[in-house]
Design a protein around this ligand. Structure first.
Ligand SMILES: Nc1ncnc2c1ncn2[C@@H]1O[C@H](COP(=O)(O)OP(=O)(O)OP(=O)(O)O)[C@@H](O)[C@H]1O
Length: 298
């Protein structure tokens, strides 16, 4: 079996518990992500999603285990991995445009100033930012506009891997919906790989090829990988009409509502630490009525 583009191998994170001992946030988290995949991770607060993301970004080191991208162990941050946080993290003294050109110029040092600016403007346009807005500083933009700049900045740098930590967490539902569409627009047609943390089940179904489900911490693990068997392009209004939508949604709700707690602290079965692949497809015809809409493949 060929190795995945991104390979997370037996990651374990321990932290001091403040009483002179350690506690284990998650243990032996192992999974792979293929090039160009859009993967969301869902799990209750504290199970270790942000910790995993910081390790993938190279901003933190795990207690044990390794992350490999293109077969090379991740150590330290790199322009090959872009991160978008919930709180925008824009440079407040630069305009929206300069916030984007700043990274692009570093990423493509051979480009002329015009190439850098044109490239930045193209990505700002993709997220709906044009005209005067791109010459304003972050404090003069709305929260939604600031997050659009963050997304444009991350994609314009064309990293191999984009890490999104609840990028829409602080936005109202309407703005969130619009920017979800823009995110898909800017991602599709690229071969960029996206790993995104969200607490929103519907957002994850809309955006992801696959959703990873984590059990509750401490001793959390990545228990399932749920395939989103709904073809693209997807739209927020039409997706709910798809026959698989509620079957997938119910599975996720049930996992987060009950099984994530029931499975908490349990070690993985057998020797494999990989999540169980869950494929729910009500559109396939099968002669086995007990397996017609839920197939779990190890
Ligand atoms: N530097 C640290 N030192 C000690 N404990 C930490 C540290 N960073 C995180 N933790 C603990 O590790 C656990 C996982 O934290 P993490 O932020 O990764 O969870 P999360 O799943 O992203 O949560 P949320 O959804 O609330 O953002 C939590 O119990 C947290 O308190």
């Amino acid at each position: 079996m060929s190795a995945s583009f991104l390979s997370i191998e037996k990651l374990t994170q321990e932290y001091p518990d403040g009483k002179g001992d350690n506690f284990t946030v998650f243990e032996n988290a192992s999974f792979g992500i293929e090039k160009g995949e859009f993967v969301c991770i869902l799990g209750h607060s504290g199970c270790g999603k942000s910790t995993i993301m910081n390790i993938l970004a190279g901003l933190a080191e795990p207690t044990r285990g390794v992350v490999k991208m293109d077969g090379v162990a991740v150590s330290g941050p790199s322009l090959d991995r872009g991160v978008v946080f919930q709180n925008y993290s824009l440079l407040p003294w630069l305009t929206a445009l300069k916030n984007v050109t700043f990274g692009v110029a570093a990423r493509f040092p051979d480009w002329t100033k015009k190439q850098v600016t044109d490239h930045a403007i193209k990505f700002l346009e993709k997220v709906g930012l044009t005209g005067d807005a791109i010459h304003r500083k972050p404090s003069q933009l709305s929260g939604g506009m600031r997050q659009r700049v963050s997304i444009a900045r991350a994609f314009a740098n064309e990293p191999k891997l984009l890490l999104l930590d609840e990028p829409f967490g602080a936005l109202d539902a309407l703005t969130r919906g619009t920017i979800q569409d823009e995110l898909i627009k800017v991602w599709s047609g690229t071969d960029q790989t996206v790993f995104m943390i969200t607490h929103d089940i519907d957002e994850a179904i809309l955006l992801a090829d696959r959703i990873l489900l984590m059990t509750n911490g401490p001793l959390a693990r990545v228990a399932e990988s749920v395939e989103i068997t709904i073809p693209r392009p997807r739209s927020r209004t039409d997706i709910v009409e798809h026959p698989n939508y509620y079957a997938i949604r119910n599975h996720l709700v049930h996992f987060l509502g009950q099984r994530s707690a029931d499975m908490a602290g349990q070690p993985a079965d057998g020797t494999t630490h990989s999540p169980k692949t869950v494929r729910i497809d009500t559109t396939t015809t099968t002669t086995d009525p007990s397996a017609d809409h839920l197939r779990a493949v190890q």
